[in-house]
Design a protein around this ligand. Structure first.
Ligand code: ZN
Ligand code: ZN
Length: 370
């Protein structure tokens, strides 16, 4: 039963709360509430919340519209409903008080809506709200075999959609057209939510640029960053290929980034710190004299959110564990010239690291037509 998965996750979280002296978990819409209860709901101006006391009965508080919980079957069966004209924060405060938690430590995640929490604090002046994001992440970061299967499928869909699109490249095609081809193919292959960025040539030096009407020309590099979900779990992949045989300069830059990807991959094993993996990739780029052009962290956790813990970044001493999923995505961005990134979604394993995205990552070019 699916609800057993969520109940088991909640049990782990509750035992962590007990250990740090927190009396209840209060979850608002976002990735955590779905993960720990089985009731998935995104942010809205209408309050929804899950209250899970360390001892005592959990409850879902929802608007009357959500009385049937969108047909989902969370393990929490008690539902308290507020109607449109009622004040949901007051109802939640009453529910907390009735459970004897008005003077307790209540654990929240960092994405809890400040407005609601601030009003709750006003109604429950003796309650102490505690940020337990790191503890909740400690549970969510380590994926079960079933979650890994979903991520493998999400990665496989992205791999195949990229290849499908690369095979259609032709002169004059716009970034938007290539992005649309990838998005359509990911949906066609069964992906849920999707994202896709396509950047040609010098435009790829703007890592967060969006696809434009820039047309493909022979000699361009083509950077594609895309992903999709299976059962809510994301894939995230970037490939940079060349349209026409790369120049020695393009080839040289590519090899550095690819080597950084490999070095970081080799550094992953249980117990290695996140910052040591970042350093392993960064060293390769710095040694090639390109350190100033690698302007972001090496990677980020992936799961129910496309960016989540663990962050693979300098200063993060967190030790990796088998089952943690994250990206390895070194890049160089030379404004006015080119951007190159090679990104994989990976999982830390007992023996080291496994790549979940498998699309060819060695330097690849597609013959330019016309
Ligand atoms: Zn990406
Ligand atoms: Zn990424």
């Amino acid at each position: 039963m699916m609800s057993d998965f969520h109940r088991e996750r909640a049990r782990k979280a509750v035992s962590l709360m007990r250990r740090i002296g927190v009396d209840a978990l209060l979850l608002f819409p976002g990735a955590d509430i779905g993960y720990f209860t089985g009731f998935s709901i995104g942010p809205s101006e209408r309050l929804s919340a899950a209250l899970i006391p360390v001892d005592g009965d959990p409850v879902l508080v929802v608007n009357e519209l959500e009385r049937e919980l969108r047909g989902q079957r969370p393990w929490i069966d008690r539902v308290e409903v507020w109607r449109e004209h009622e004040d949901p924060v007051r109802l939640l405060a009453d529910s907390i008080s009735r459970r004897g938690l008005a003077e307790s430590a209540i654990g929240l995640a960092e994405d809890a809506p400040w407005g609601w929490v601030n009003r709750l604090q006003g109604l429950l002046p003796a309650a102490r709200f505690v940020d337990v994001s790191r503890r909740l992440s400690a549970v969510r970061m380590v994926k079960t075999p079933r979650e890994l299967d979903w991520m493998r499928r999400a990665c496989d869909i992205a791999d195949r959609a990229l290849q499908h699109a690369f095979d259609q490249m032709h002169p004059g095609m716009t970034e938007r057209e290539l992005a649309a081809a990838i998005t359509t193919e990911m949906r066609h292959l069964g992906g849920g939510q999707t994202f896709c960025t396509v950047l040609f040539g010098e435009r790829a030096a703007l890592p967060h640029g969006g696809a434009s009407d820039r047309r493909l020309r022979p000699g361009d590099s083509v950077l594609v960053d895309a992903g999709t979900t299976v059962h809510g779990y994301w894939s995230d992949i970037t490939r940079t290929v060349f349209y026409g045989e790369p120049t020695p300069r393009q080839q040289e830059l590519y090899e550095v980034v690819y080597e950084a990807n490999r070095a970081a991959f080799e550094a992953v094993r249980p117990g290695a710190t996140c910052e040591s993996v970042d350093a392993a990739g960064r060293r390769v780029i710095a040694d090639a004299g390109l350190g100033d052009y690698f302007i972001h962290r090496l990677g980020h956790g992936v799961g129910l959110q496309i960016h989540e813990r663990p962050y693979i970044v300098k200063g993060n001493r967190l030790g990796l564990e088998s089952g943690m999923t994250f990206t390895i995505e070194p890049g160089v961005y030379i404004v006015g010239e080119i951007g190159i990134r090679v990104e994989d979604t990976v999982v830390c394993t007992d023996g080291g690291c496994e790549r979940l995205t498998k699309h060819r990552r060695t330097s690849t070019f597609y013959p330019a037509q016309g």
